[in-house]
Design a protein around this ligand. Structure first.
Ligand SMILES: N[C@@H](CCC(=O)N[C@@H](CS)C(=O)NCC(=O)O)C(=O)O
Length: 338
């Protein structure tokens, strides 16, 4: 009798463990009642809390859109500020469900870290900033210059490549955080500061006298920034991927946070599919019929999100550039909901 009981107990434990393992991230997030979002905690325009603890940024809004789709409530998020160095470990260990931290999609990160990128929320490229008094107009005039840069980033690798391939001498001065790097540059420890061009606009706001500095015209790399998730959970990968697509499709259809309610009565087939008055596209994703409506209503379409965080409606005033929709001369393109 005792033996049978212990075998039964063992079987129960094995099944329970198996069920826990098999349970996907989407179900875990639903059960927990909150999304754990790995973000940058210091980068204006992408991810940063204000004095009241309210987070803003492009990346932050991608997380809000995921929470909107799942919970119809953008407050059900725990933002976890991550440094460049710790970001991948936090995702691998399960501390966060998704990493959206101005992180460049590269082949090695997509293959050897146990993570996978779901898309691009901002097409960026690396640039340089120098003091005007240096009288330099091109990055190609930086031979022998000292450059402040952050460790553990693609930035550090591109910098070395660029100087080497142009036979220029480089004195790189590295820092663990971008805050330290920009402060050192501002204090005159380096001739130049380099990071993603979007970051240059954000960091420039921290300088003692922003007008004393210029951004050089060269963009020396491709930095497609986007969300990533752990490998091996296709359902979660698909949800995170389609949240971003929904934001882009909404902009393409001119569906905004202001007019989304009117769109519920639209007779246009592609709008009906998008807002869920036709088909069961939301349910197929493990969400609800109105998943995309929730995103647009609570967070906005991609254009609205770009504008208020980094574009004309923000202090950064970055041009849409490559991040315009494909219909407007950019490369932002999302597959259709159908
Ligand atoms: N996109 C690059 C660079 C990302 C990066 O960490 N950039 C800096 C400057 S824009 C940053 O976010 N620093 C803030 C910090 O480490 O707290 C990458 O993925 O490696």
């Amino acid at each position: 009798m005792k033996r049978i009981a212990s075998i039964v107990a063992l079987v129960v434990v094995v099944f329970a463990c198996h069920a826990a393992l098999a349970q996907g991230t989407l179900q875990k997030v639903k059960d927990r009642g909150a999304l754990n979002c790995g973000a940058n905690g210091q980068l204006a325009g992408f991810g940063m809390p204000d004095a009241q603890g309210k987070w803003t940024g492009m990346d932050v809004d991608v997380c809000r859109a995921i929470a909107a789709a799942i919970f119809n409530d953008v407050s059900k998020i725990k933002f976890v500020p991550l440094s460049a160095k710790d970001r991948f470990t936090a995702l691998q260990s399960g501390e966060v469900d998704v990493l959206v931290r101005n992180t460049t999609w590269t082949s090695s990160r997509d293959s050897s870290l146990g993570i996978v990128f779901t898309g691009v929320d901002y097409y960026d490229g690396q640039g340089f900033m120098v003091r005007k008094s240096l009288k330099v107009n091109s990055a190609l005039e930086l031979n022998g210059a000292s450059v402040c840069v952050q460790q553990g980033t693609t930035t550090e690798l591109n910098l070395a490549d660029y100087f080497r391939s142009h036979n220029m001498q480089l004195k790189s001065v590295t820092f663990a955080t971008s805050d330290e790097a920009i402060k050192a540059y501002d204090a005159g420890r380096c001739d130049a500061y380099t990071t993603d061009a979007s970051g240059l606009y954000a960091e420039r706001l921290k300088l003692a006298n922003a007008d004393d500095h210029i951004v050089l015209p060269e963009i020396i790399s491709k930095e497609p920034l986007g969300p990533s998730v752990r490998q091996g959970d296709d359902q979660w990968f698909t949800v995170v991927k389609w949240v971003l697509f929904a934001m882009l499709d909404a902009e393409e259809f001119n569906i905004t946070s202001k007019n989304v309610n009117q769109m519920l009565t639209s007779t246009a087939p592609e709008i009906k599919r998008f807002v869920g008055t036709e088909g069961s596209y939301g349910e197929q994703l493990g969400l609800t019929k109105d998943w995309a409506v929730r995103i647009v209503k609570l967070v906005g379409n991609y254009g609205e999100v770009f504008d208020r965080n980094v574009g004309a409606g923000s202090p950064l005033k970055i041009d849409r550039g490559l991040n315009k929709l494909w219909t407007k001369g950019g490369i932002m393109y999302a597959p259709p909901v159908r």
